[in-house]
Write a protein that binds this ligand. Structure first.
Ligand SMILES: [Zn+2]
Length: 325
């Protein structure tokens, strides 16, 4: 099921009004029903044209904050060059908080990531699947396959399937399960199959079993780090309030306490990407050479998935057009 949850209160009011109009007109006024339906807000922004020569990247995560963290830095770098990036949360995040849950939390988180996307200059979508409950079903495989096709993706990014959270694991499995099916004409035939299989990449993680993450490519994000942190810090329910494992003391009501927390989470988020630069310095050197790689402060690294198109180094440089800048 794919219902977009990023409706602002105003759009929501318009949607309710449109639904009421359609419902109250009934079959006696068919032409008006069509007109009312046409006036309803579009379910999502139309995909930019596939023929503008720009790259098309889709990044999947399980919850409304995962694709944002996983695409941090690179999403903004692509967007600033005019490439098309979409962040997809596979669940609506409706249990991802210690003190609130359900519809209000899903709407709150949808609004948070919508604002993050706006600041990064990218598109986003939140699927209406309950947090903690996503399964690698046929229905969800079709949904993920359709999303990749609709975006006409050159590059698909997600986390690896070895992960502490079941939603993370199954989101990754669903992307893996789509890696071939996106090219198969009679699977989900309502959306045109991709003529060219995208490259699929995994984001970095700390998990060691059954095999540790391997950095096939690493990208410096120093130039966009501060603006990316500004965007990520919009996700107050997760970053400041601590999400599912937080508590009321983390983000107190008083302004000095709040500022202290803002400073603290900004520092710890920056440290995460600084850690990647240190851990994957060898991959940075592969693409930037020395001594430039040694000067990188913040980075993101990716591993090539064995499914999907297998890129060589030249193609990776084409997909990440950042190294000569
Ligand atoms: Zn998550």
């Amino acid at each position: 099921m794919r219902t977009k949850l990023t409706l602002s209160p105003l759009l929501l009011a318009l949607a309710v009004l449109s639904a009421f109009t359609v419902g109250s007109l009934s079959s006696r006024h068919l032409p008006s029903i069509a007109a009312a339906a046409a006036a309803a807000p579009a379910p999502q922004a139309p995909a930019p044209p596939a023929t503008d020569g720009k790259l098309r990247i889709i990044i999947f995560g399980a919850h409304p904050d995962d694709p944002e963290y996983r695409g941090a830095g690179v999403a903004m770098k692509w967007a600033s060059l005019g490439h098309h990036v979409k962040l997809v949360s596979a669940t609506n995040g409706d249990i991802g908080h210690w003190g609130q849950a359900g519809g209000p939390l899903a709407i709150r988180r949808a609004n948070e990531v919508k604002e993050v996307a706006r600041r990064l200059g990218v598109t986003n979508e939140v699927l209406d699947i309950h947090d903690g409950e996503i399964m690698p079903t046929l229905e969800n495989r079709r949904t993920v396959t359709r999303l990749i096709r609709e975006w006409n993706a050159d590059l698909v990014i997600t986390n690896r399937p070895n992960d502490y959270h079941p939603d993370h694991r199954y989101t990754s499995i669903l992307v893996q399960d789509s890696a071939f099916m996106v090219t198969v004409p009679f699977f989900a035939p309502d959306v045109k199959p991709l003529a060219k299989n995208p490259v699929f990449l995994y984001t970095s993680d700390r998990f060691q079993r059954p095999n540790p993450f391997r950095a096939d490519i690493a990208v410096a994000i120093d130039d966009v780090m501060e603006r990316t942190l500004d965007a990520l810090l919009v996700m107050e329910s997760q970053v400041h309030e601590g999400g599912a494992n937080g508590d009321a003391s983390l983000f107190p009501a008083t302004e000095p306490g709040r500022q202290q927390r803002r400073d603290q989470v900004r520092k710890s988020l920056a440290a995460r990407y600084a850690g990647y630069a240190n851990n994957y310095r060898a991959a940075l050197a592969e693409f930037y050479g020395q001594p430039r790689a040694g000067q990188v402060r913040y980075a993101q690294a990716f591993e090539i998935c064995e499914y999907g198109r297998q890129p060589n180094k030249d193609e990776l440089k084409r997909l990440f057009p950042f190294f000569d800048r």
